[in-house]
Design a protein around this ligand. Sequence first.
Ligand code: ATP
Ligand code: MG
Length: 437
Amino acid sequence: MVQPKKEKITSIKGMNDILPPASARWEWLEEKVRALMARYAYRNIRTPIVENTALFVRGLGEVTDIVEKEMYSFTDRLNGEALTLRPENTAGVVRAVTENSLLRDGGKRLYYMGPMFRHERPQRGRYRQFHQIGAEALGFPGAEIDAELILLAHSLWQELGLANIRLELNTLGEPAGRSAHRVALIGYFEAHIDSLDEDSRRRLHQNPLRILDSKNPSMQSLIEGAPQLRNYVDAESLKHFDRVTQILDANGVPWSFNPRLVRGLDYYNRTVFEFITSELGSQGTICGGGRYDYLVEEIGGKPAPAVGWAIGAERVFELLHQQALGSETCQLDAYAVLPDEQLLPEASVVLEQLRRCGVRVQMHSPTNAAEGMGSMKSQLRRADASGARAAIIFGTDEFARGTCIVKSLRDGAGEQREERLQDAARWASGLLTSAIS
Ligand code: ATP
Ligand code: MG
């Protein structure tokens, strides 16, 4: 009986597979990030992907794009809890730090990498599952930490070789100043209520600051004329901001002041910043962050200052691609060729020995069971195509003598020597390539 063909199950819109060889670029970036974080003394933190919905509602603010329309929320079938796939990870980190009293013995410098989920319209640089690299420093009030985090992100661009990224800074001041500004803003926008779009009208009394964040082109001139937050920023915050910029200047990090930069989330105070490139259209922000001295308390912890940023990994890859950067090679040192299946057990012992010595070696394996291992010639063709620098040939005659042939496939192709199977640990070093750059 003919079975009906099963319908294909596909991935979810806006959620992408990361496949080889492109996945090697991810590993390459992750390695760079880990090495850099270590140099700045930031330590890895891993929190769950699912959190209580309340964490994000309280942490991000009710009138934000994320909480209003982008969260993947669901009810736990067993106990009715309201849960959400994390749309970002600052709230989760703050929750974990608070819950585990990590600030008991002083400040903490932390970083994470991982998937985030937002129900947005998928487009280039905007996905429903995307990945963030984030750094958070908790428990430090000083401007030097704001600067340190900015220097860290700046160094990452340098490490990756990326160009054409500008840094924009602003200071939001403190809650008292923001309240006064808010009153002034409401007054201003009420006087121009007819020019407001629907979103903005709704936000007017809830969160008028967010109107400044609007991307609606027809509102830009109105926004241009609105009362400026910088006139409401307190002296201490201005001093803090100056200290941040002095450190950036001393290190030759260029920046520009953008008084309209408010960031999409409620929890920021004082320094806010974005790294932006003009090469990715309207998805040009590759890193955003700032100080959030009130979030720890908001989430129920003992008040503690904090500052952090998050990088959008997919956008960084887009930019790397645009600038023809990034490594996609997964180099192979050797490809093992073995015409006689009978020799497999003994040959495998040699390969295991080589691998223990750090050699990256791929064993020939037939993809069609009926064909067996295939001819020596076809196996060597595979070896060549694999990109390996050498072939290890377990020929029957050599095997009987306790040896194998190591044949160069790249520089000096054709060169070969006979090596003793027993001495693999000794000749392994000759197969090692230098580490991937
Ligand atoms: P945008 O204004 O582009 O929507 P955002 O303010 O919502 O960005 P943040 O919440 O600050 O972004 O997240 C930090 C970074 O994560 C962004 O600068 C961006 O690089 C990346 N990012 C945010 N949302 C997405 C997404 N849906 N797909 C891919 N990357 C994203
Ligand atoms: Mg967004």
